[in-house]
Each structure stands twice: as C-alpha cells, then as structure tokens.
Design a protein around this ligand. Structure first.
Ligand code: FAD
Length: 582
C-alpha cells in the first residue's frame, strides 16, 4: 500500500498567490482544548522544573553530550515521547502541544532543543507517520521512553539541499531484505539506536530502519562543530548492511516523500523552540540594561536600547502567532501545510538570529565573553537558517509552489493540468501573452474583531497585490521564472509577511472576543483590560511593520538593482575575486 495523503483542506499560502484569503483555514485562531491544556501545562511545568533545577547546558557543552542521565530523566518525565500515542508509552500530545514543550527546551539551551528535535521531530516522526502497526509496536515504546534515541539519516558528502540525488544505495535481495551501502554525514544521534536511513534503490527512494549493532554499520569520527557541541554529529557508514524486509517504511519509492513530509512536519518545532530562545534573549537584555548604568542612567533609558527590546517583543509575538497557527493547521487536519511550515522555519531562524544580534548589542562587551549565554547562543543558533532545509532553498520552494498554483488558475494555462512545479513552469512560456488580471477584489479575512478591521483590510489588499505581482512575474518571465530566484525571494517574503499578519490578526481577534465574552471556550487567560490593550498594541505594531515589509518586497519586483547585482556577480566570477584597487 502506497502513502495516502489526508486531503481535507487546501494550502492557505498557496491560496494567497491566487489572491484568495481562505479564512476557514486560519480563523478562529487555534487554542488547546481544556483537557489537552492541562496535560500540556503539566509537561511544560515538568520541562521547566528539569531545565532550571537539574540540567546544566555548560556541563553538556564541556562533556560534548547532553548526558545519558539527562536523556533517562527526560524519558522518565515522558518528555522524549511527547507526540507518540499513549498506547506506545508516549504522551499523545497534539502538534501544538509538542511544539509548546519544545519552546521550553529552546529557551534554555539550543543544543538540548536540537537533540530533542532530532530524536522526536525528525527521528521518531517517520515511524510515527508511516510505520505499520507492527513497526510502531516494535520501536516506538523504547523511543517514547528515551531508552533509545532516534536519528534522521539523509545528508551525504555530495548530497545536501538536493536531497533527491542520494548516492547511498539499497539493493533488494531475493528474500525481500535490503543491502545498504554508502556514507552519510552530519547526522545528529547518528551513533545512537534507531536510524531512519534514506537511500536510492532500483525501485526508487526507500526509507529503512537501521538499528545500532547491525553488521556493517559503523559511525565516526565525530564532527567537531562551532556550536551545538552537546549534539553528537556523526559520520555513518554502511558496508553491506543487511536490513530486513520488515524494516522498510512505506513502499519502495516512498522514501523521498517520507523524508520531505517528515521535514515539513518537523520544521515547525524550530519555530517554537526559537520563540523560546528569543524570549530568553529578551529577558537577558531586559535584566542587563535595567541593571547597568552609563552616562548616569540605566541603559534601557536610552531610546536606542529600548527600541531593540521593543522590537524583540513585537517579533516574538509575530513568530509565536505564526508558529502556533501552523501547528494548529496540523491539529485541525489540514492536508497541505508544507508552505506554512517552511515560512515559519524561515521566519523563525532569520528573526531569531536578528534578535540575538540585538541582544548582544545591548549587552556591550559582556556578551562577547566566552562564558556568557548569548555567546553560546551565537554559536548554537547560527545553524538554524541552514539545516532542515536551507532558507534560500525553502524560499524558492514556497514561491515556486505558489506560482504553480497560480499557473493552474490562469485561464490560458489551466488546460495544461500541470503537476510538478519545475516541469509545470517549464511549459508555461508559450501560453502566456495576456495581461495581468487586475479585476480581482480583495477578499476579507472573515471573523476578524472590528478593532482589527484596518489591519485586515490592509492584508486583503496585500494579498491581491501578491497575486498581481506573481501573475506579472509568470507572464514576464514565462518558464524562466524558475531561474529568477531574486523574484522568488521577494514573492516568498511577501507571502511570509502576509501569513504572519494573518496569524497575528487571527490570534488577537480571539483575545479581544474572549475579553468581550463573545467566545467562551475555556481559553480565557483572565487578563486585565490593560494587558489586553497592551497585547493589541503589539499586534498592531507587528502588522504595521510586516505590511511595510510586504510593500517593500513587492515594490522591489518592479524597481530594483537586479541588473546591477547580476552584472557585478558575473564580473566577480570572471575576475575570480574583488578585482579593484586604489
Ligand atoms: C549541526 C548540523 C546538524 C545536522 N543534522 C542533520 C541530521 O540530523 N540529519 C541529516 O540528514 N542532516 C543533518 N544536517 C545536514 C543539513 O541538513 C544540511 O547541512 C543542509 O541540508 C544543507 O546542506 P549542505 O550543508 O550540504 O548545503 P548545500 O546544499 O551545499 O547548500 C549551501 C548553501 O547554498 C545555497 N543553496 C543550495 N541550493 C540552493 C538553491 N537551489 N537555490 C538557492 N540557494 C541554494 C544555500 O544558501 C545553502 O545554504 C546537519 C547539519 C549540521 C551543520
């Protein structure tokens, strides 16, 4: 049996490229049902207790491993099997619940959040999503309890972003088993217990469960890294490793989809883990700038310092809103959340880095000292825009998928029934001659609280503009649009800004409606009117900033320096360097 996708609702972000606002997907903002909230709160409290009273990130860094004792205790607290079903010994939390707990790890230590992410978000996830009942019964209980750790084994020396062209080979044997040969690199938990290994076979890509101790499997030497020093990053070698038939996930040929869907699903926890990290950066900045005085006053009394902290606050709010809207899509059964997951990962990893930069700035020389938490964070957080899908590749992925959806919506190309983005865009050229359809009317985001009417109207306008610009790009560049990454980046950034605003409007609408008693779902936080008003200020501030950025990106499609950029880039390549002297 091949993999069957749950087809329930279409992608929200793809609809943005069509100029449509699929309100039913994003409104109302998702909240935990009361029963799950109790369980999530308990796990969050347990994680906080462990992280503040037992776990020592500096010791983990010195030891080069978070510690077997740490894994054992996390397992006893059931924090290693957060989304795994209760029948296998996990907690059975929703995607939102899982990601809420991951936020706690990200707040305290980038490394531990990555080790937990590798084990759960991408290590155990393929089994959870695609394992048969027998496979789940066999492996999930040990993984849920932390008795075993999982790894996601995709990257190879010659295969990074282009994960389709794997060189590791799996040959099917007469008895149905697989003979695995090849080398993988940069694998977190690669020397641990349960490895989902992706390989090429004559029947297409396969995903195989390989267990520690199998003959022909070896690891090492371990990589020494800039940061995340307590994450065991390994080379993994397969020399005629015989993998039993029953260790195949899905069917032969499903491997690539399993890898990509796992990453789509797993990327979300990076959004919330980085939100947690950003909260910590802001807290440290607040404490430092309140306590330290220069020129006779606390640093925070200077506008340029306060500005950075206010910026962090607003960005955390936006990222948090986006992250939990995305996890909510999964929990609501939305079939296609790949674009939202990618947009969340891009926004989290970039914004987290910018927030860290600001936090370091307001600490002055303090944060440059080796033993400062921000110094460690610089080393730990820099990888986020690179792994689990490099941000550049994901931007192109979002734009090409949006453009493909739009191409199918254009009357003059609809008959083509295009499928793959690259192939589809490759045959658009001859068909496009018409003018951009400017008759589209902005679609309102339904269910918005009246206090956010202005922001909702603005985001509806931006969506129409996104479609206009996307259509113009398709018509201007034809099939060549797939090579126009500067165009793709702007479209993707615009979609990201729109999605983030929608997330914020959806969230704050829920808050305001609860305050007025218009929603009674038990999610009320019982906050004062002043708190709610302050939250609305942050939400509006986020929307204003994001709207300006969307406008900037879309204007950049018309007025830009791309010609110069290309000419300079070409010249640099020709001269093989800087090429000018005084
Ligand atoms: C600390 C760490 C942990 C990791 N953990 C794991 C793990 O557990 N399991 C695993 O399988 N892998 C893991 N990886 C590998 C990681 O997923 C890859 O590093 C990542 O996929 C990018 O591949 P690459 O580094 O080979 O970069 P490349 O693919 O060589 O790309 C380098 C850069 O080129 C640009 N680029 C590449 N392609 C394009 C394109 N089409 N368009 C525009 N720009 C492009 C991007 O800027 C990109 O960042 C880990 C890596 C690190 C460093």
């Amino acid at each position: 049996m091949g993999i069957v996708d749950r087809t329930v609702k279409p992608s929200f972000s793809k609809s943005l490229f069509l100029g449509q606002m699929a309100s039913e997907i994003v409104m109302p903002y998702p909240v935990f049902d009361p029963a799950e909230k109790v369980r999530v709160d308990a796990s969050v409290a347990s994680a906080r207790d462990f992280l503040s009273n037992t776990y020592d990130p500096w010791k983990a860094e010195r030891d080069g491993w978070v510690g077997d004792d740490v894994i054992r205790e996390l397992g006893e607290r059931k924090l290693t099997g957060l989304f795994i079903d209760e029948k296998y010994g996990g907690l059975g939390l929703s995607q939102s619940g899982y990601c809420r707990v991951m936020e706690e790890f990200g707040r305290v230590d980038g490394t531990l959040s990555v080790v937990m992410g590798v084990h759960q978000s991408i290590g155990s996830k393929p089994l959870y999503l695609y394992g048969t009942e027998e496979q789940k019964e066999r492996w999930l209980p040990d993984l849920a309890a932390g008795r075993k750790l999982a790894a996601f084994v995709l990257t190879e020396p010659n295969v990074g972003s282009d994960a389709f062209h794997l060189e590791t080979r799996a040959e099917r044997q007469g008895d149905g088993s697989w003979l695995l040969n090849g080398e993988k690199r940069w694998i977190g938990n690669g020397d641990k217990d349960v490895l989902t290994v992706f390989a090429q076979s004559e029947l297409g890509h396969v995903a195989l469960i390989v267990e520690k101790g199998m003959e022909g499997l070896s690891t090492g030497p371990r990589f020494q890294t800039l940061g995340l020093k307590a994450n065991h990053l390994q080379r993994v070698h397969f020399n005629n490793v015989r993998v039993p038939a029953e260790n195949l996930l899905g069917e032969p040929g499903d491997g690539f989809r399993i890898a990509m869907n796992t990453l789509n699903n797993g990327r979300m926890s990076m959004g919330t883990a980085i939100s947690g990290g950003m909260k910590q950066f802001m807290q440290l900045s607040l404490e430092h700038t309140t306590q330290r005085a220069q020129f006779g006053r606390a640093l925070i009394d200077f506008e340029l310092v306060e500005d950075k902290i206010a910026w962090m606050n607003t960005q955390i709010y936006g990222l948090e809103s986006m992250s939990y809207l995305t996890t909510g899509l999964v929990d609501r059964g939305t079939a296609d959340f790949a674009l939202e997951s990618a947009l969340t990962k891009i926004a989290a990893s970039d914004t987290g880095w910018y927030a860290l930069n600001r936090a370091v700035q307001v600490h002055g020389g303090e944060a440059y000292m080796d033993d400062h938490p921000l110094s460690k964070a610089i080393r730990d957080f820099r990888i986020f825009p690179i792994f689990e899908g490099s941000n550049d590749v994901l931007r192109a992925f979002v734009a090409l998928n949006g453009l493909k959806a739009l191409s199918e919506d254009l009357p003059d190309v609809a008959a083509l029934k295009l499928s793959e983005p690259a192939k589809a865009l490759g045959v658009i050229g001859p068909y496009i001659a018409g003018r951009v359809n400017r008759a589209l009317r902005p679609e309102k985001l339904a269910g918005v609280h009246p206090a956010l009417a202005k922001q909702a109207a603005a985001v509806a306008e931006q969506t129409v503009e996104l479609r206009d610009h996307a259509e113009a790009a398709l018509r201007r560049y034809g099939k060549n649009v797939q090579e126009k990454q500067l165009v793709q980046k702007r479209l993707s950034e615009a979609a990201s800004g729109i999605y983030a605003q929608v997330a914020v409007i959806s969230r704050i609408s829920g808050v305001l409606k609860r305050e007025k008693g218009e929603i009674a779902d038990g999610a009320s936080h019982g906050r004062s009117a002043a708190d709610v008003a302050a939250e609305k200020t942050v939400a509006v501030n986020f929307c204003k900033r994001a709207a300006r950025e969307v406008g900037r990106q879309l204007r950049g499609l018309e007025v830009n320096d791309d010609r110069y950029t290309r000419a300079i880039g070409t010249r640099v390549r020709e001269t093989n360097g800087y090429g000018y002297s005084l």
